[in-house]
Design a protein around this ligand. Structure first.
Ligand code: BJ8
Length: 423
């Protein structure tokens, strides 16, 4: 990584501890990513971003702040980026995906909290991630109990706004979410000092729709029998999409999609013909959580799709661009975001429908249902997911894991046996 020490000092970071993270990340990335053969050239952009992960985008955000822009840190795909962008704000994802931050979270949270929450809290309180230092305001949501309590702790350290996500999907819930988005817009206007107009919100809706469409093109490239990109690479693209400028993200994803579509025409695959195709479903895989993809793809199978928030839930469904009033736009945003199928909803049958649809669209041989340890929501929903898949005749393996490597060998054995079974 280039020299960003002065910037990290100015951000009040704990440089000694942060150094330890900077030392392990390149090795982990080299082992998981650079060991792959015949990667698409377009991945060069994302490799570069990772090589400068705590430098290049943070310095862009700081420059933008100097020009008066505000940065909003988010933790969930229900928070509408469009509203922030319409007020000339910037959104950055803040979900922690590394075991490195977990002990910091465990200082204030029960050990039996999911690693994503512990890592997110630890990254802030231990001052070892620039993104957590830069964000002017955090936006939390009332999705799961662990997050709700974590916001109370983080809210003592940083300005925090909480969106109240409904727990059902009735008409009145969709309307409630539209009102919640309108209230968020008011808060964003106050915090940024910029008015959200119909024109600005329409422009932001178009920007994020373009990003969604570009990501969808990359995913669509693995629907056919040829596999021009690994699941690992596609996951990296998705993980970084949460941090990057949305227009640049769309541009780079479209460029990658062009290359992948050409590879499909030329029959260039990164896996041998007949490689077993896996759909992953479950809890999100925040950067740098590459553990499962690495195990699956070094055990003779390919991850062809993720029904996850770090997957299809992030980009499927566009926001209606035809609304001409703010009220109509908030309602359109609500309708799109409420199509996300998080296990915090009851019932959550839309997720089962999505899994079955995606299994067909991506021609999968089997599904792995992943649960982050201590995520009671997805763990419980695993019963329904696995039952539906078995009834549809699709092999399924349920696993639970965390951010440590202690279960890697055990997972490798179980996943290896599952892939053998598919053969
Ligand atoms: S929409 S999945 S991003 S809440 S894994 S923190 S649910 S205990 S991350 Fe999520 Fe939004 Fe839902 Fe997606 Fe809680 Fe479960 Fe942890 Fe989770």
């Amino acid at each position: 990584m280039s020299n960003y020490v002065e910037m990290w000092k100015d951000l009040g970071m704990d440089l000694d501890t942060h150094d330890q993270l900077c030392q392990v990340l390149p090795t982990a990335f080299g082992d998981v990513y650079l060991s792959q053969e015949n990667r698409p050239e377009g991945m060069g952009f994302w490799d570069f971003v990772v090589s400068e992960i705590h430098g290049i985008r943070p310095s862009e955000l700081i420059e933008a702040q100097k020009k008066g822009q505000k940065v909003f840190g988010t933790f969930c795909v229900y928070v509408p980026d469009e509203v922030v962008i319409a007020a000339n704000g910037i959104v950055t994802g803040l979900c922690g995906g590394s075991q490195f931050w977990v002990p910091g979270g465990e200082k204030v949270l029960p050990k039996s909290t999911c690693p994503l929450i512990k890592a997110s809290v630890g990254a802030r309180l231990d001052r070892t991630c620039p993104f957590f230092r830069i964000a002017d305001m955090y936006v939390g949501e009332t999705t799961c109990d662990g997050k709700k309590k974590a916001w109370e702790i983080l809210g003592k350290d940083v300005p925090m706004y909480i969106m109240d996500v409904p727990q059902m999907k009735r008409e009145k819930d969709i309307q409630k979410w539209a009102e919640e988005i309108a209230a968020f817009a008011k808060e964003v206007e106050k915090f940024t000092g910029n008015e959200i107009t119909v024109e600005k919100l329409n422009e932001a809706i178009r920007t994020i729709n373009e990003k969604r469409q570009a990501m969808a093109r990359v995913f669509a490239a693995t629907k056919g029998s040829n596999l021009p990109i690994s699941g690992k690479d596609r996951l990296l693209m998705t993980q970084i999409a949460f941090f990057d400028d949305p227009s640049r993200c769309a541009q780079m994803c479209n460029k990658l999609a062009d290359e992948l579509e050409q590879r499909n025409r030329d029959g260039v695959s990164v896996f041998p013909a007949g490689t077993k195709r896996i759909l992953l479903t479950g809890t999100p895989l925040a950067i740098p959580n590459w553990k499962l993809h690495h195990i699956i793809e070094t055990s003779g199978a390919a991850v062809v799709c993720e029904e996850m928030c770090t997957g299809t839930r992030y980009f499927e469904n566009l926001v209606d661009e035809t609304q001409t009033t703010l009220e109509g736009q908030f309602r359109a945003l609500s309708e799109r975001y409420m199509k996300n199928n998080c296990a915090c909803f009851t019932p959550n049958t839309g997720r089962i429908d999505d899994i079955l649809r995606l299994a067909k669209e991506y021609q999968v041989d089997g599904v792995i249902d992943v649960n982050l340890k201590f995520c009671c929501l997805y763990d419980t929903e695993g019963y329904t997911v696995e039952k539906a898949l078995k009834e549809a005749g699709i092999p399924v393996l349920g696993i639970e894991t965390d951010y440590t490597d202690t279960d890697a060998e055990q997972l490798r054995t179980r996943i290896g046996a599952f892939i053998e079974l598919l053969k």
